[in-house]
Design a protein around this ligand. Structure first.
Ligand code: NIG
Ligand code: FE
Length: 433
């Protein structure tokens, strides 16, 4: 087995053995950076594998045979909790790098209107959409919001997700955005997994600022961002840059403020219409998300950089769109692609990364292997945590997902089912009931 240092308390040791396919996603040391092009398929599968975790970190990864011969393990065997995976598949825990979990109610009226033929933009213009979720969040206590987020995190755990990006964005006042971020922090503190918080104060221009969006942008830049940064409530700032939301110029102002206050940036881009991306590259965005509409020129600009294209096909599915982001054009053009759920009440009410992967395969022609890498190691790149998340390698956090299947390709194949049998989050094992 390939090992890292073992100084830790064996009482917190976890050994997974008898793994049918151990999908490591291990890094090729010659190739730094996110997975692009043909490398997106390189899963580093070990058959009949084993993983040893100590105190929340992965220390050994290899074949079960090697593990059993390991001198340290033989000596400490009784102190190690051993999990027989019975030939199941083990993946790195999913990294869901785009979610909006701070809302109160589903938008069932929007759902019905869309079924009757109205579009997302038409519903938003008629008073539905994001703006119709604001009042409830403004009125709900931090504790009640946190309790809702805890439930979502538990559901995600049961589906194999161990790292989650969580955005605010349904309050859109200084107080309610900070309250949303505090709710994310409080929910995260009781969850063994890892949460990366994002301030999405620029989700849409709230009704009270309609016709004077610049005033709202100034509140985002001069109040929300500095206060969230000072209190370390967010690592990233996101902007919904599209028609009906924020303009490229407003997005640049918001990015400028974020960078000035030491926060990373990311944006919803190209969901409804195309926006030229090059003006934003100077801010070194962690990701552009959605990317349904993107020019050839921007694809070549993004190739082999570490700004990820995060694709969220759940949104296309739920909005009943015929078109999906052109993943093949992006991947074959060398752009690093991640997959995420975009969990939110308007366009993608799913926490299932397996569902996002299935849609990626069937509607975006990504191979199952590409979908696995995009949902794990490239998700970790999208959150700038690839040094500790997204692959099963010594030294990384012990984030694993055990699936009750024989072949990893079954995960996107059995769509709508949850085959996750257990999840390990920073070394804490949560088995499904
Ligand atoms: O990613 N496009 C912006 N934000 C969400 C939708 C939010 C909502 O409709 O509530 C998205 O699709
Ligand atoms: Fe989103």
């Amino acid at each position: 087995m390939t090992s890292a240092k073992r100084k830790l308390q064996p009482s917190d040791a976890l050994l997974l053995v008898n793994i049918g396919q151990l999908v490591t996603l291990r890094t090729d040391s010659a190739k730094a950076g996110p997975r692009c092009g043909a490398d997106l398929q390189e899963l580093g599968i070990i058959k009949e594998g084993a993983v040893l975790c100590l105190n929340g970190k992965i220390v050994s990864v290899g074949s079960a045979k090697d593990a059993m011969r390991d001198a340290w393990l033989r000596k400490n065997r009784r102190k190690v909790a051993e999990i027989d995976c019975a030939s199941k598949v083990v993946l790195p825990g999913f990294v869901d790098s785009h979610t909006h979990p701070v809302f109160v109610a589903p938008r069932l009226v929007d759902f019905e209107k869309r079924i009757e033929g109205a579009s997302y933009e038409e519903i938003a213009a008629a008073g539905g959409g994001i703006r119709s979720s604001l009042e409830a969040v403004r009125e709900t206590s931090k504790g009640a919001l946190a309790a809702r987020i805890v439930t979502v995190l538990q559901e995600m755990t049961a589906h194999g997700t161990t790292t989650v990006e969580a955005k605010s964005g349904y309050g859109l006042t200084v107080e309610s955005e900070l309250k949303s971020l505090e709710a994310i922090r409080d929910a995260a503190s009781g969850w063994p997994g890892t949460v990366v918080a994002t301030l999405l104060g620029a989700h849409v221009v709230p009704r009270e600022f309609q016709g004077c969006s610049q005033k709202y942008v100034e509140i985002v830049c001069k109040e929300m961002i500095p206060r969230a940064a000072k209190r370390k409530l967010a690592q990233f700032v996101d902007v919904f840059c599209d028609k009906g939301a924020f303009t490229p110029n407003e997005t640049e102002q918001i990015f400028e403020a974020a960078v000035k206050h030491g926060l990373g940036v990311r944006a919803h881009m190209g969901q409804l219409s195309e926006t030229a991306l090059s003006p934003f590259l100077r801010f070194h965005p962690a990701s552009f998300d959605h990317m349904d509409h993107v020019s050839e020129d921007d694809i070549s600009q993004l190739a082999r950089r570490d700004t990820m294209a995060t694709l969220v096909p759940g949104a296309n599915y739920f909005l009943g769109l015929k078109e999906y982001p052109n993943a093949r054009r992006l991947i074959d053009g060398g752009v690093p692609v991640a997959l995420a759920t975009d969990y939110n009440p308007g366009t993608s009410p799913t926490i299932s990364m397996a569902m996002a992967m299935s849609l990626a395969c069937t509607h975006m022609k990504m191979s199952p292997g590409e979908a696995v890498a995009a949902a794990t190691i490239n998700g970790a790149w999208a959150l700038r945590v690839a040094n500790r998340k997204g692959s099963i390698e010594p030294g990384k956090d012990a984030d694993l997902a055990v699936f009750e299947v024989k072949d990893y390709r079954e995960i996107p194949y059995w769509f709508g089912a949850n085959h996750c049998a257990a999840t390990v989050l920073n070394g804490v094992m949560v088995a499904r009931a």
